[in-house]
Design a protein around this ligand. Structure first.
Ligand code: XUL
Ligand code: CO
Length: 481
């Protein structure tokens, strides 16, 4: 036998053993995503708390060593004239927190939450929803985000899927109480094989119609739950090859789809903001919403800028070759900054790793943009972030969110310091002060023609060019961290 074959057989043998060991020793029950193979006795019969060992998370200040406490996020403390909780408007992403299994393209699920029975039944969906609200209440945030298909099982028909969704949403409404509601809802239009060519950009009219029906319903339930926004993320709104793609037609269809969503929003009286979440190549080679600038020009071309804003995700920003700060500022100066999916990528791993943000410098830049924007409301910060595959304790769900929340809170505190110091703003102001002149004013008012400018250039001779002071700017920035 050739060595390669031997190695393959050995690996197969080991994998089998690993599988048997799991079955014999037995993980607590089943992973969250085994499609109902583990148990058929799913019922919404969970007794007591889902997180009995975890108390409500409190602010204990920066010197606390308690991992289950906030060190920087003090919800009601005022910063720059607003409560921290009103600047930050945090939200828990249901899909990562309650449907994340730890599986990756090379490895099986690793998370076996005690409340999961391995099914995707309605009863399990309801039990999970109750875990979700205990989690949110203990964390002390007031918002959550969801896809239709992560909170309720799909159905054999659209009508059955809608009925499932209605049943889970009714429970969610009850569990939300008066304080909690969705930051945003969305339809999951990328997982099912019917969406392999896209949803609103599919070459199949039947798929376009199906996607429209799914979005219509998802908008209705978002509205019913008191959602503040509705998101579109084009999971497969792009193409792999231009040879078999009519790009112009697909973009036109997408715009018609968005217009129909605007019309439906108005018809049902939903006042939330519609958001587009840019993301580059992943999963298709060319995505139509590559980055903030691409999405902005799409909205401008089709006359949709009054109706839509952007949901900037930091990991998507870096995948598109920009920084999160760049994407936020691009959205902001175009009047389109609506919401943030607060996560981060890994500098060495080249895909959407959806990690919780822990870089204080990055968080400070993010918050600088948010403060310049006057906040994000009705948008906020959705933790589109998941535990690493190797983090498998229930308490890790809390620790990761606490860490993400504290990082953003620290960013806010630092941004406030920078604004109060004023020296960075002053540096930037000074850099452009030559435009605070008579001719500068004419240029900025669009009244300086080339002849006038040529006359000035002749008169002035060689222009003086001052230092850009980048290192000083960096020094000032660092001093606030
Ligand atoms: C995928 C992503 C999504 C959207 C919602 O990269 O970010 O989770 O936020 O569909
Ligand atoms: Co996202």
């Amino acid at each position: 036998m050739k060595w390669k074959m031997k190695a393959i057989l050995f690996l197969f043998f080991c994998l089998n053993w690993a599988f048997l060991a799991v079955v014999a020793v037995g993980p607590p029950i089943c992973s969250a995503d085994l499609g109902g193979e583990c148990s058929d006795a799913a019922s919404d019969d969970w007794k007591g708390e889902f997180f009995p060992d975890i108390k409500k998370i409190k602010y204990e200040g920066p010197s606390s060593k308690n991992p289950l406490s906030y060190k920087w996020y003090n919800a009601n403390e005022e910063i720059l004239g607003k409560k921290m909780k009103d600047w930050l408007r945090f939200s828990v992403a249901f899909w990562h927190t309650f449907r994340g299994t730890g599986a990756d393209p090379f490895g099986a699920p690793t998370k076996y939450w005690p409340w999961e029975d391995g099914t995707n039944s309605l009863a399990m969906a309801k039990r999970r929803m109750r875990a979700n609200f205990e989690f949110i209440n203990k964390l002390g945030v007031e918002r959550w985000c969801f896809h239709d298909r992560d909170i309720a099982p799909d159905g054999k028909t659209l009508a059955e899927a809608n009925a499932n969704l209605d049943e889970v949403v009714a429970l969610a409404k009850e569990l939300q109480g008066t304080k909690i509601h969705p930051l945003w809802g969305t339809a999951q239009l990328f997982m099912h094989p019917r969406y392999m060519h896209g949803a609103a950009t599919s070459s199949e009219v039947g798929v376009y119609a199906y996607a429209a029906a799914q979005v219509k319903k998802a908008m209705e339930v978002t509205h019913y739950l008191g959602g503040e926004n509705y998101v579109f993320w084009g999971g497969r709104e792009g193409y792999q090859s231009l040879l078999n793609t009519d790009m112009k037609r697909e973009l036109d269809h997408l715009a018609r789809f968005f217009q129909a969503a605007v019309d439906w929003k108005k018809k049902i009286g939903f006042n939330g903001t519609l958001l587009i979440e840019p993301k580059p190549q992943e999963p298709t080679k060319h995505q139509y919403d590559w980055d903030a600038a691409t999405a902005t020009s799409f909205l401008q071309k089709y006359g949709l800028t009054e109706e839509f804003k952007l949901n900037i995700e930091c990991n998507h920003a870096t995948l598109s070759g920009h920084s999160c700060f760049h994407e936020l500022e691009t959205a902001r100066i175009n009047g389109l900054l609506g919401n943030i999916d607060a996560n981060t990528g890994d500098p060495q791993v080249g895909w959407d790793t959806d990690q919780f943000m822990t870089d204080i410098g990055e968080a400070t830049l993010v918050m600088l943009s948010v403060v310049r924007n006057g906040g994000l409301a009705p948008g906020g910060f959705n933790f589109d972030a998941k535990l690493r595959r190797e983090s498998t304790d229930v308490e890790d769900l809390f620790i990761s969110h606490i860490s993400g929340i504290d990082t953003m809170a620290r960013g806010l505190r630092n941004a406030a310091k920078l604004i109060e110091y004023g020296s960075l703003d002053e540096l930037v102001r000074k850099r452009y002060q030559s435009f605070d002149s008579e001719i500068g004013a004419l240029i900025e008012a669009g009244k300086a023609d080339f002849e006038t400018l040529e006359k000035n250039a002749m008169e002035w001779g060689e222009p003086a060019v001052a230092s850009g002071k980048q290192e000083l700017a960096e020094m000032i920035f660092q001093s606030a961290l």
